[in-house]
Ligand binder design. Structure first.
Ligand code: HEM
Length: 510
């Protein structure tokens, strides 16, 4: 009995070993830690991957091979090699690696994030660049951002001046997460699921449940993902994925119907993505799968990234009171203490912009970007990258590389006043949004939102560590994952510093 069961396993092991040896002998692959049969380096990778890869790069050099089971992953950690990947060989490396769950969620790449590079991708990307993220639309949606940021200030003010909270610290990410959630859902779906008292409505509860269920489903497969022949032991829960997809479609369609009715009743089209896509659907020949996929892409890619960036930045500002004070002095000088800041003030606040940039340098929320995949055989740094390999750029390591940054670990926004460094994909030392064909389409929106949140938090409050904690004791370690949360969510005391009439939400109905 044992032989028929073991035979397919044995054959599969032989196939994996043969594939590995074939690639190893035929190609000049980048160096890296020695892989084990079948599992490759999976058991050697430490949970916070970008740190582990950066350590390995110290030993093996700026381009390394890491085997996730039988899949070759190449990680580059220098700005020259990042340029090769994201500029010189960009087109051959612009496919995506889709895990089984990503394939399910995206209906096999019918969205943008998980689509391979090809006619579908080019079309959807064009919709994003020309239509959804055009400067005109970003400007038209600005009142939503300002509404949400001022709502955050009002909510922090209420909590921190509540006598029961006196002197106590706040969980910063609670407020940042609410801004990110409301901003992205309003921008994408044209709906605020949370009322003025902070109560989430039924659709909002469903919305949040779908997001968290998606994360749970995605995580449950992680290990079997990399060893194809093991997958039969970890079958996809087709039923759970189907239910998840149906639930997502049901909610999206319900919102779609509300919009169509509202448009028929009130006339006129709104600026948010949902209405825009309903109008653009025919012009660009977008299927319903693509439309729904795109809207949910915005939630996946745009929500946590912005909130996390601000949380890391605030931790840095509390650890560096000199920088906090200097940013506040600049805002006081430019905005004063009789009105609140707006995005129009940004151009006069170079130090604040540098604070945002410096925080994104040291703590990019996606330190390994999103994995790219080669659609052809290419050479990077003189090494072979066979077709079908995954390629990652360790933007975290590059942004801390002493070869290209002076005192890289120091949080010193002044460096960007001394030298203007682009962070939207033109300078390969600083790549929080990636670069090239797949550069983040939401980069400008992300920068605006992060800068605005930081500006308001600094203008309205002085931020200090929780009672009894010294700034240097704030835990700056990371949680594992594609998106890097702080391992210990930031707690801080917020002390108001402006006249109390400036803490009111500036609500808009868009
Ligand atoms: C601070 C905030 C943000 C950061 C640091 C960030 C970073 C990134 C990075 C590193 C990538 C992958 C690039 C690559 O694969 O080469 C990406 C992709 C993407 N981002 Fe962002 N992002 C942010 C905010 C946003 C926002 C606000 C949105 C939309 C509302 C958004 C939408 C997307 C989409 C749709 C993609 C996929 C692009 C593609 O595959 O072609 N991001 N982002």
């Amino acid at each position: 009995m044992a032989i028929p069961v073991l035979l397919p396993v044995l054959v599969a092991v032989l196939v994996v070993v043969a594939t590995f040896l074939y690639q190893k002998l035929r190609f000049k692959l980048p160096p890296g830690p020695r892989p084990w049969p079948v599992v490759g380096n999976l058991y050697d990778i430490k949970p916070v991957r970008f740190r582990c890869f950066a350590e390995w790069a110290q030993t093996y050099g700026p381009i390394i091979s890491v085997w996730f089971g039988s899949t070759l992953n190449v990680i580059v950690s220098s700005s020259e090699l990042a340029k090769e990947v994201l500029k010189d060989k960009d087109q051959q490396l612009a496919d995506r690696h889709r895990s089984r769950s990503a394939a399910k969620f995206s209906r096999d790449g019918k969205d943008l994030i998980w689509a391979d590079y090809g006619p579908h991708y080019v079309k959807v990307r064009k919709v994003c660049t020309l239509e959804l993220f055009s400067p005109k639309r970003l400007e038209a949606l600005r009142p939503i951002r300002e509404d949400e940021v001022t709502a955050m200030v009002e909510s922090i003010f209420k909590d921190t001046t509540n006598p029961e909270m006196s002197g106590k610290s706040l969980l910063v990410k609670k407020y940042l997460g609410t801004v990110a959630f409301n901003n992205i859902t309003r921008l994408a779906f044209g709906k605020r699921f949370v009322n003025d008292d902070g109560v989430v409505d039924e659709q909002g509860i469903e919305f949040k449940a779908i997001v968290s269920n998606g994360l749970k489903l995605g995580a449950s497969l992680a290990m079997a993902e990399h060893i194809p022949w093991l997958r039969w032991m970890f079958p996809l829960d087709e039923d759970a994925f189907a239910k998840h997809g149906a639930r997502r479609d049901r909610l999206t369609r319900a919102i779609m119907e509300e919009h169509t009715l509202a448009r028929q009743k009130n006339g006129g089209e709104k600026q948010h993505f949902f209405d825009a896509l309903l109008v653009l659907k025919d012009k660009y020949d977008l299927s319903e799968d693509t439309l729904i996929g795109l809207l949910w892409d915005m939630i996946t890619a745009g929500m946590d990234t912005t909130a996390i960036s601000v949380e890391w930045a605030m931790a840095k500002l509390i650890k560096n009171p000199r920088v906090q004070q200097k940013a506040q002095d600049e805002i006081d000088r430019v905005v004063g203490v009789e009105r609140v800041m707006t995005e129009n003030d940004f151009s006069n606040l170079p130090y604040l912009q540098s604070v945002a940039k410096e925080a994104l340098r040291l703590h990019p929320p996606t330190p390994l970007m999103l994995p790219h995949r080669s659609n052809a055989h290419v050479k990077i740094g003189g090494y072979d990258i066979p077709k079908g390999s995954n390629v990652h750029v360790n933007v975290w390591a590059i942004a801390r590389d002493p070869a290209v940054w002076k005192n890289p670990l120091e949080f010193r926004p002044e460096r960007f006043l001394e030298e203007d460094v682009d962070m939207k994909g033109h300078d390969f030392r600083l790549l929080p949004f990636g670069a090239g064909r797949r550069v983040c389409p939401g980069a400008q929106l992300g920068i605006n939102l992060v800068t605005s949140m930081l500006g308001h938090l600094l203008h309205h409050f002085v931020w200090t560590p929780p009672p009894g904690m010294k700034p240097e004791d704030i835990d700056m370690s990371e949680n594992p994952g594609l998106v890097t949360y702080m391992r210990s969510p930031l707690q801080a005391v917020a002390t108001p510093r402006l006249p109390s009439e400036l803490y009111k939400r500036i609500a808009v109905d868009l």
